[in-house]
Each structure stands twice: as structure tokens, then as C-alpha cells.
Design a protein around this ligand. Structure first.
Ligand SMILES: [Zn+2]
Length: 116
């Protein structure tokens, strides 16, 4: 799951570009390049990933909020840190929210060794 591979063959990539490519990090394949599994099996399937990404962002803000309260940060330091971290982690949150949708929530997306 960490490499954003296809849930069925675990060989084909889900995304066209690496995570650190900040311009193209969200470009994904429509189908698996290896086994041709259609990733978005129904229209709007990945809208659910938005809620997962939201929970990631909320968790990050809670962690930094607790750090800020315990260390007596100024309001500007809190604001700059939270915005900076949210922007820094956006590619990870976007991609791994989709991966969780594909692996954990999507039906009939189990590993099948015959597609290796
Ligand atoms: Zn595949």
C-alpha cells in the first residue's frame, strides 16, 4: 500500500508521477497499466477520499494545536506552521486517501495472484 500500487495485481502504479512532483502529483491512471483494472469503477468514487484526506488534515492540525498550546507559541507561529504543514502534506494526504479508498473501501478490489 505504501507504494500506491494497484490493489488487484500490486504491480501497476496508480499515479503517473512521484509524490514530490508538486505540479503533477495528482495525475492518476484511469486503468492499471499492468492488469487494466479500472480504478474509478463508478462516477464520483473518489469523492469519498476527500473525507479521508480531511481526517488526515484534521489529525495534523490537532497534533500541531497540542504542540502549540504546550509550547506557548504565538498565534502567527501557529498559523504559519499549520498552513505550511498542510501544504507540505497535501500530496501525501491526497494520494493515500485514494489508496485507502481503493484498498479498504472498494468492493471486489482484492489481491489476485493470477494478475501478477
Ligand atoms: Zn493492476
Amino acid at each position: 500500500m505504501t507504494a500506491c500500487k494497484c490493489p488487484r495485481c500490486r504491480t501497476g502504479h496508480m499515479f503517473r508521477y512521484p509524490t514530490y512532483d508538486i505540479i503533477h502529483f495528482s495525475k492518476a491512471y484511469d486503468n492499471c497499466p499492468h492488469c487494466h483494472l479500472k480504478y474509478e469503477h463508478e462516477t464520483g468514487f473518489f469523492w469519498g477520499a476527500m473525507y479521508i484526506s480531511y481526517s488526515f488534515s484534521s489529525g495534523l492540525m490537532i497534533v500541531f494545536g497540542v504542540l502549540a498550546i504546550n509550547n506557548d507559541w504565538t498565534f502567527m507561529n501557529i498559523l504559519i506552521t499549520i498552513i505550511g504543514m498542510a501544504l507540505l502534506f497535501t500530496p501525501f494526504f491526497f494520494r493515500y486517501a485514494r489508496v485507502i479508498m481503493m484498498y479498504g473501501i472498494s468492493p471486489n478490489r482484492k489481491f489476485d495472484p493470477k494478475y501478477l
